[in-house]
Write a protein that binds this ligand. Structure first.
Ligand code: SAT
Ligand code: MN
Length: 606
């Protein structure tokens, strides 16, 4: 398909403008066909950028190894270029949009020399859903095109929906590595040096300009850039919520189902929770989405959620038959692996895959790697943020209604993070505003999903949106408060919970997590029906000690540890919020949240 086939005048004009700026060798429109996907993958394999995996063990799968500097999102190089700095708020990097565009135009000038420019029309959300949005990404990376074809709905059908004058979010991307005078990549992942990487969002004009990185959230612009940063701005203006949340369906033994969303920072197990296999008999969990939820109020006052994505961009390390059977099955064919290790028979391997390395490997850096379990210092064979890009419809537990254009009605919203102490296994907010308070104070140990914050330290990550909110986070809190103004008691709005699967004692996890999290989901299910065993505490509503069935290996003592309010710990938490967290938002902090903090402290001191 070529630009001549396009009917949308504004789109054609934009393509011509970018073509004149970036000066590619040619322009190709992504039509969404399997033929085009296969041809692009073949090109990547032929040029040495990708390795075709063992087609008996992993049919339709390939492996890419990125440049060692281009393995995760780069938060320091991510910018919200609003007209006023205040509108980007205290948690985002800001550059004046005029200045940033001028810098970027300098970088984009001629940046596609020697490359093909691809135009990717894509829909975030089921085609034609009233909640979905259309974007068009221009990129010079075939890797990006193929990943977008898995992660979003791409091609002719989207162009049909767009018609001659439909609205789309323009998303411009280049790896930032022009090829001069017949030069080739020579099988090396192209990208620009760190100081030239820019992941830029322009919230007023709803544009995305990304330069210099080919990786995940930096380059697949439908995901974090559009479905979270730009969508959060649209959601504020249009009265809905664009959130960093999984969506799951849970069914009890009587066949009654509820839908739950959950916000957890990157690499905290959203994919595992969305696909869990319950350890309690008779219960069933199915998946709607594992990373992003768009929720809109319906006429009945309930929130209806869609998963704007069509695939999973999941963390590979730690994914095994026992930790997440469904994710492994989803990624068993037609999957793109990035930065995992390669076995001698061209299969994939990573740390925590559930078995030892079957012989010599090629690690994610392309070097020979032999497992040495006695060497605690051995560098991992797969990068800790290595990923699989797998079509959602290959997941054995995908819910039949996962593409329902109307979305699914949400009964409960979970917040959580990795917290080795203080935060109990689960507690429920007393009302909507209290739930917003819980979302606003989420903190988590940092993981490998971001490159420029030290892994292992605890940082506040409100609503798990710290790197993804496209405007002032204080105003975002206010938007959440506003969404509940007519339904404080949550007659129709979801109940809100704070969970923590990551409590540690003597360096070991107290709660087994994974499938056993279904026991907590069961209590949450019962809370939504008003039949759970609960106790009122200074921090909110908690399960009684016997309300949650104990998994094997968890003693009553452990349960007490998990479900007792650690008053001293919480007072420290309050102190930290009061001195380090909330003051950042200044006058943008909703008064309701400041009041919640006072109420919490009073209750703890009683
Ligand atoms: O690289 S991504 O942003 O897509 C993954 C993540 O950090 O959640
Ligand atoms: Mn994520």
């Amino acid at each position: 398909m070529t630009v001549n086939d396009l009917k949308h005048k504004k789109l054609v004009a934009w393509i011509e403008e970018i073509k004149a700026l970036c000066e590619p060798d040619d322009v190709v429109v992504a039509d969404g066909s399997k033929e085009q996907y296969d041809a692009l993958i073949n090109e990547c394999v032929d040029s040495g950028l990708a390795i075709r995996l063992n087609q008996e063990k992993k049919p339709g799968c390939v492996l890419f190894h990125s440049d060692p500097s281009d393995v995760a999102r780069v938060e320091k190089r991510t910018f919200i270029a609003s007209e006023k700095e205040e509108d980007a708020g205290p948690t985002n990097n800001w550059i004046d949009p005029v200045e940033l565009k001028s810098t970027l135009k300098g970088l984009y000038k001629g940046c596609m020399h020697g490359r093909t420019m691809y135009v990717i029309p894509f829909s975030m959300g089921p085609l034609g859903s009233p909640i979905s949005k259309i974007g068009v990404e221009i990129t010079d990376s075939a890797y990006v095109v193929c990943n977008m074809m898995i992660m979003t709905r791409v091609g002719v059908k989207v162009l049909d929906l767009l018609g001659e004058d439909g609205y789309y979010v323009p998303c411009l991307h280049s790896v930032g590595k022009p090829l001069e005078n017949g030069e080739t990549d020579g099988g090396k992942w192209p990208c620009a040096p760190m100081e030239h990487k820019y992941i830029s969002q322009f919230p007023e004009t709803r544009e995305i300009w990304s330069y210099g990185s080919g990786y995940g959230g930096n380059a697949l612009l439908g995901k974090k850039c559009m479905a979270l940063r730009i969508a959060s701005v649209l959601a504020r203006d249009e009265g809905w919520l664009a959130e960093h949340m999984l969506i799951l369906k849970i069914t009890n033994p009587e066949g009654k189902s509820k839908y739950v969303t959950g916000a957890f920072p990157s690499a905290c197990g959203k994919t595992n929770l969305a696909m869990l296999i319950p350890t309690i008999p008779g219960w069933k969990v199915e998946t709607i989405g594992d990373d992003i939820a768009w929720m809109k109020p319906g006429k009945d006052g309930r929130l209806y959620a869609i998963n704007p994505e069509a695939g999973f961009f999941g963390v590979a390390p730690g994914t095994s038959k026992s930790s997440n059977y469904n994710a492994l099955a989803a990624a068993s064919k037609n999957t793109i692996f990035t930065n995992v290790a390669l076995t001698e028979d061209k299969d994939v391997w990573w740390e925590g895959i559930g078995y030892d390395a079957p012989g010599k490997l090629i690690d994610w850096n392309g070097n020979e790697w032999i497992q040495d379990k006695n060497n605690k210092e051995q560098k991992p064979a797969a990068h800790p943020n290595s990923r699989f890009t797998a079509p959602a419809n290959q997941c054995p537990c995908i819910a039949p209604e996962w593409e329902d254009p109307q979305g699914v009605p949400i009964s409960a919203i979970l917040f959580g993070g990795r917290r080795p102490s203080t935060i109990p296994l689960v507690h429920m907010a007393r009302n909507w505003n209290h739930g917003v308070f819980l979302g606003s104070i989420v903190g988590s140990e940092v993981t490998a999903a971001t490159l420029d914050v030290k892994a292992g330290t605890i940082r506040r990550d409100p609503f798990a949106m710290l790197p993804f909110c496209g405007y002032n986070m204080g105003d975002y809190f206010q938007h959440w408060i506003d969404m509940g103004k007519d339904d404080q008691e949550q007659k129709n709005l979801p109940k809100i919970f704070y969970v923590n699967w990551f409590r540690k004692k003597d360096g070991k996890f107290v709660w087994p997590g994974y499938g056993d999290n279904s026991r907590v989901l069961k209590w949450i299910f019962e809370c939504c029906d008003g039949v759970a065993k609960t106790v009122d505490t200074p921090i909110g509503i908690m399960p009684t000690i016997d309300a949650i069935d104990r998994p094997e290996g968890v003693t009553e003592e452990d349960m007490k540890e998990l479900l007792t309010v650690d008053k001293a710990g919480w007072l420290k938490e309050v102190e930290d919020i009061r001195t380090n967290h909330y003051p950042k938002f200044g006058k943008h902090l909703p008064k309701e949240l400041a009041a919640m903090l006072d109420t919490l402290e009073e209750a703890l001191r009683k």
